[in-house]
Design a protein. Structure first.
Length: 407
């Protein structure tokens, strides 16, 4: 495509030099498509190979765009026929320049834009409404050209004049693509021209229809205040609870979190802040760590349930918010929680819930130790004394000697 454009541009420039004896950019300041009179133009196509040259050419087109913006600031509507056509010619030239077109069509399109802007700046009222088929373009879709001419003659043409101007320039661009690269490349531009033709017709038809002011609809019956209150007062649990010394999600707590996740996924505007807490027993450091784990567990559960993490913030409150007068096990259980603060939940009433309250078991009193029976004091043991011998009884161990005898 670029080689073809370069070849065509070379022929165009050489031919113009042979006819005029001057480079293309000197014909009225430049060739057709450059600025005329006091208006500078683009560099010749053979010079458009450096960043500096390309930057200057783009700046030239920007200056032309600035002049058109000043015309609008002076009171010419953007949707007027000639203003819209000048803008369409600038867009055409800019797009072809960025595609490195070398057929002369860029200069021709800019020339048309410049002539229209010059006339608008002079506040002329006799500006032509003809749309020329410029160099390197050709007639395509004569039926659309004929329809455009009929639209311009319509009494309600002013209702769609800006769209019609864009439609005509798009037909010129379609002819350029057809001339250079064939129907396949021209197809999207022809399709755009068809869409602009349909939009123009719709705007003209809307002008034809009389504006009938529809009668106001009857006011709806006033709903019962009780019914309205029931419809608007939906509840949203704002706390869940944990077991003693734990940060795990209990099955009952999971059920409450599932309900909260469903509401958050249904109303993506709602955001929340979560505070993990602990009861007042234990040290500050221990409870701060424990409450942080509890907050993280709730956020992780809701994230897994589809709630975006950028809608949630959390903090570890430790036992900072625990009441000083909690004295029962139930009071302690209510202090071990994940506390929600919901934002933009205008259709909900935030209420506490205790379905997942996890009260620790009361410890039985300690069993008293068994008392051993009293130990009797030791008794003194007396030595045993044999009883005295009976009469005529020979004591034990007595040696009997036979009587009588002598030496």
């Amino acid at each position: 495509m670029i080689l073809r454009h370069m070849a065509s541009g070379f022929v165009f420039v050489v031919g113009l030099i042979l006819l005029t004896g001057r480079p293309a950019h000197l014909e009225e300041g430049k060739a057709e498509g450059g600025r005329a009179g006091d208006e500078e133009g683009l560099y010749v196509e053979s010079d458009r190979i450096t960043d500096d040259v390309i930057a200057e050419d783009l700046a030239t087109m920007d200056r032309l765009q600035t002049r058109l913006a000043a015309v609008n600031a002076g009171g010419v509507p953007i949707g007027s026929y000639h203003f819209s056509k000048a803008q369409a010619w600038i867009d055409f030239a800019r797009n072809e320049y960025e595609s490195n077109d070398r057929t002369g069509v860029i200069e021709a399109a800019l020339r048309q834009a410049y002539l229209l802007i010059q006339a608008l700046e002079a506040r002329r009222t006799d500006i032509s409404m003809d749309t020329p088929i410029i160099v390197s373009s050709r007639m395509v879709r004569e039926d659309l050209w004929q329809k455009a001419a009929q639209m311009k003659a319509h009494k309600d043409f002013r209702c769609a004049e800006g769209t019609l101007a864009e439609w005509e320039v798009m037909l010129v661009r379609s002819g350029h693509e057809m001339e250079e690269l064939g129907w396949r490349h021209a197809k999207p531009y022809i399709q755009k021209a068809e869409e602009l033709a349909l939009l123009t017709q719709q705007k003209v038809d809307a002008c034809l229809q009389p504006v009938v002011k529809a009668p106001p609809p009857p006011p709806p019956p006033a709903p019962s205040p009780v019914v309205v209150a029931i419809q608007k007062m939906e509840t949203l649990a704002n706390e869940v609870h944990f077991a003693l010394d734990e940060a795990a999600i209990h099955p009952k707590t999971a059920k409450v979190l599932d309900q909260i996740a469903t509401i958050l996924n249904t109303y993506p505007v709602i955001k929340l802040h979560l505070k993990g807490t602990a009861d007042r027993r234990g040290s500050e450091e221990y409870n701060a760590t424990l409450s942080k784990r509890r907050a993280e567990a709730v956020v992780a559960y809701l994230t897994a349930a589809g709630v975006s993490g950028d809608r949630m913030t959390s903090e570890a409150a430790g036992k900072r918010d625990a009441p000083d007068d909690d004295a029962t096990l139930e009071d302690f259980a209510k202090s071990r929680q994940g506390k929600f603060i919901f934002y933009d939940a205008t259709h909900f009433v935030q209420t506490p819930q205790f379905e997942d309250l996890q009260i620790e078991r009361r410890r039985p009193p300690p069993t008293p130790a068994a008392v051993p029976p009293p130990v009797a004091p030791p008794q003194e043991v007396l030595p045993s004394i044999p009883p005295p011998p009976l009469k005529n009884e020979v004591p034990q161990n007595t040696i009997l000697h036979e009587r009588g005898g002598g030496d």
